[in-house]
Design a protein around this ligand. Structure first.
Ligand code: NOJ
Length: 768
């Protein structure tokens, strides 16, 4: 009781203090004007200031300290010994946030310590990796991106927030907005692919989905744009590795989705493990103070990545933990996730004059601001009501949203011999592959909140259609299924089951082969030097195909795969990613044509790992074309084509679309209007993602051969047409120069419109 009183006392004092703030001659407090100008809520700013004035240096530093829960980790395991210390710190008010604590009951217990047992009773902000859903899981983000459906993506984030918020979580470490061009990097599954334009739109949709219009609502949570910055450009595709890139790529490719997230109001950012051009991002004041908090006016807070402050020692940038804490705080990292170095050293660093107290105040202010915005001061337990949790988690509304998202994320890569859609009656279907009966792998990599075994398997989805005869044969299982988040997968080599699979194929009309990657082959720490299917699955695929060529390959994977043999031989290929809780239902609906696939690849599929990084919006080089057949002096490989296996923006439908009448009009200063007519020329109704690309032909800094600058999802009945119009303005026609300045240069542009980045329907215009 005494401690609860402390909270009330502290809070009352804070309110009282605000009421007596300085006023100017307009009657408003001086701070009110500044706050309003910066788009902040003056009321919250007053409360933050007054609470701050009550806090000791140690309590402020406490707000900057984040610990993981004691039973679940998402980084290298902390030593046993520090658990007792964490409790002690919690009670002293030296912890501002916890991650990896979930469930209304657990969060309430923890929050009670912060609210009732600390001097000022400041509530904790509870963070968790709600990356593609919490307990009910959506497709992996790369899969969602393949939908190009911003409404569905926003809705997916919205229901994820609702479910997580009902379980005590009020802050997600998402969206991950790292652009990546490297399929070796395991974390491509977690982003929106290779394109900054699509990535920015998706970043906006996800932030809006998580945060909604009112952060203090019980169903919304704070978003976190991560990993700031260039984490998606690790050398050799190896996680955590060095990023070294020039200003043009930094400003035009890496930063735009972060800027979009900030413009959409993302309340937090996470910095990254990598160094960028020699400076670890965690200690980089150019990124955090100059760009994010300066140029972009970001007024939320920055959290470090797990232990990344301490990792500056291994980077060779800080000689010890104390120096690391100093560098990170000075560089603008507001909260320390699990390196324990702020709580250990910051107080002394301030006393020594090595870190300005103003920086501590600024960081604390940012963190308190977000807590106020979340409504945690009004009711610290608002996110952890067990009855609400029971009603919301796994609800029909959420299941429906993730099913919708899952269908829309599927990409049809090939469809010959008219194998798809499957007829609904009279077929003998052999279903082969361990992934077909797997109820866990579809949950994807970031499934920490979900229970293993809760996805609808492909087999279950197919069994819901009763008109055909299904024979399931697992065949050789290529991996051990159940694997902890932090452990490496082990691959099996036993061919047990191969013959059974082949004989099932012989007796079938159609064979559905569920192959690709286990979910734990991608994600954090899961980079691969090879991006082909593992040899055992490849052997199975070839053996089955030789027995019966009517094969539909149902691919599950978290990264682009180099599946050349399959592309050459297998008549139908469906890209299904790791589709989440409703996976089997979504895939079955697409296989049977109850949903006509509409997804388009958000990332290029290479023919060979040697082509990586391969991306559609590359530069031309001085020697882009073969001068004469057989001549070597041009930019190419002597043993591989320059073209990808499947390009960015590619994806088929059960129907077909034709484009014509491309027109450019309304050309003026920094503007042009583009229109095109798209017609559904096939037998099914379907949706087409109409894509618009430009090329700035000559510029003071070279521009890519193509850049996506618009897209629209167009539903069309068979035989119907629609004219789609895009406006190009200075937002689309310009670029960042090598000083980071946004400019639009007069001159010629090419414009391309179609159903993928390789469209050859093009026109030209010139702006003055
Ligand atoms: C490390 C990952 O890089 C980051 O994305 C994640 O949010 C944290 N661990 C917390 O789990």
């Amino acid at each position: 009781m005494k401690t609860r009183l402390n909270y009330v006392w502290g809070y009352a004092l804070a309110v009282l203090f605000c009421a007596c703030g300085n006023t100017n001659d307009t009657g408003k407090s001086a701070d009110t004007n500044v706050a309003s100008q910066q788009g902040l809520n003056p009321d919250i700013e007053r409360k933050v200031d007054s609470l701050l004035s009550l806090m000791t240096l140690e309590e402020k530093i406490g707000q900057m300290n984040q610990y993981t829960g004691f039973w679940e980790v998402t980084g290298p395991t902390p030593s046993e010994g520090n658990q007792a210390l964490k409790y002690e710190h919690l009670k002293k008010g030296w912890v501002g946030s916890m991650l990896n604590v979930t469930g209304a009951k657990e969060v309430t217990a923890l929050q009670k310590i912060a609210v009732e047992e600390t001097r000022l009773g400041i509530p904790l902000i509870i963070g968790f990796d709600v990356v593609h859903g919490y307990k009910t899981v959506s497709p992996i983000p790369l899969g969602e991106a393949a939908s190009w459906d911003l409404e569905a993506i926003q809705r997916s984030a919205e229901v994820a927030a609702k479910e997580a918020a009902a379980s005590g979580i009020n802050w997600t470490f998402a969206p991950m907005v790292d652009i990546s061009r490297d399929a070796r990097w395991g974390r491509v599954m977690e982003g929106a692919g290779e394109d900054p334009f699509l990535g920015s739109k998706i970043a906006t949709a996800r932030v809006q989905g998580f945060q909604g219009n009112d952060l203090s609502s019980n169903s919304t949570i704070a978003a976190c744009a991560k990993h700031f910055a260039a984490y998606g450009f690790p050398e050799s595709g190896k996680d955590y590795n060095t990023a070294d890139l020039g200003t043009s790529t930094l400003y035009n490719v890496v930063l735009p989705p972060f800027k979009a997230a900030n413009d959409a109001g993302a309340r937090t950012f996470m910095n990254s493990f990598n160094e960028l051009n020699g400076i670890p991002a965690t200690g980089d004041s150019f990124l955090q103070r100059q760009i994010l908090k300066g140029d972009w006016n970001f007024n939320g807070f920055v959290v470090s990545d797990w232990g990344s402050i301490g990792e500056m020692i291994a980077h060779g940038y800080a000689k010890d933990g104390k120096v690391a804490a100093k560098i990170a705080a000075n560089a603008g990292s507001d909260m320390d996730m699990e390196s324990h170095l702020y709580v250990e050293h910051l107080s002394q660093l301030v006393k020594d004059g090595a870190v300005k107290e103003a920086y501590i105040d600024d960081a604390t202010r940012r963190i308190l601001r977000v807590k106020y915005e979340l409504g945690l001061f009004e009711d610290p337990y608002k996110y952890s009501n067990e009855t609400n949790e029971a009603n919301v988690v796994g609800s029909t509304e959420i299941q429906e949203a993730v099913l919708d998202m899952a269908k829309k994320s599927i990409v049809l890569l090939k469809n010959e011999k008219q194998l798809l859609p499957l007829q609904k009656e009279g077929l003998n279907i052999a279903v082969i592959g361990a992934l077909a009966n797997d109820k866990t792998s579809p949950l994807g990599n970031w499934r920490l909140g979900a229970k293993n075994g809760t996805a609808v398997s492909l087999l279950e989805g197919l069994q819901a259609y009763e008109g055909n005869t299904i024979t399931y044969v697992q065949g050789p299982n290529f991996v051990e299924n159940d694997i902890a988040f932090s452990r490496q997968l082990e691959f099996n080599t036993s061919k047990k089951g191969l013959e059974e699979a082949v004989s099932a194929a012989k007796n079938a009309d159609v064979v559905l082969m569920a192959l690709g990657e286990h979910a734990m082959q991608t994600g954090e720490g899961r980079s691969q030097a090879n991006i082909e299917m593992d040899p055992l699955q490849q052997e199975l695929l070839e053996a089955v195909y030789n027995a019966n060529s009517n094969v539909v390959l149902v691919l599950s994977n978290g990264r682009p795969l180099a599946i050349n043999w399959a592309n050459e031989n297998i008549p139908a290929i469906l890209e299904t990613w790791h589709l989440g809780t409703q996976s089997g239902n979504a895939i079955a609906q697409v296989l049977y044509g109850d949903y006509n696939p509409s997804g388009k690849l958000p990332m290029t599929f290479p023919r060979s790992v040697g082509q990586v990084p391969i991306y559609y919006n590359h530069k031309s080089s001085g020697r882009p074309n073969e001068p004469s057949p057989g001549e070597v002096f041009w930019s190419h490989y002597t043993d591989e084509s320059n073209t990808p296996l499947y390009p960015f923006g590619y994806g088929l439908s059960y129907t077909s679309f034709e484009y014509n009448n491309l027109q450019v009009s309304n050309i003026g200063k920094n503007r042009a209007t583009i229109s095109v007519t798209v017609t559904n020329t096939g037998a099914y109704s379907g949706k087409e993602v109409v894509q618009l690309y430009i090329q700035d032909i000559f510029a003071s800094v070279t521009r890519p051969v193509k850049e996506l600058k618009g897209f629209e999802m167009v539903p069309l009945e068979s035989g119907a047409s629609k004219t789609v119009t895009f406006s190009l303005t200075e937002k689309e026609l310009g670029f960042y120069d090598n000083q980071g300045k946004y400019i639009v240069e007069p001159g010629g542009f090419k414009v391309f419109v179609g159903g993928s980045s390789t469209t050859d329907l093009e026109s030209k215009f010139t702006i003055n």
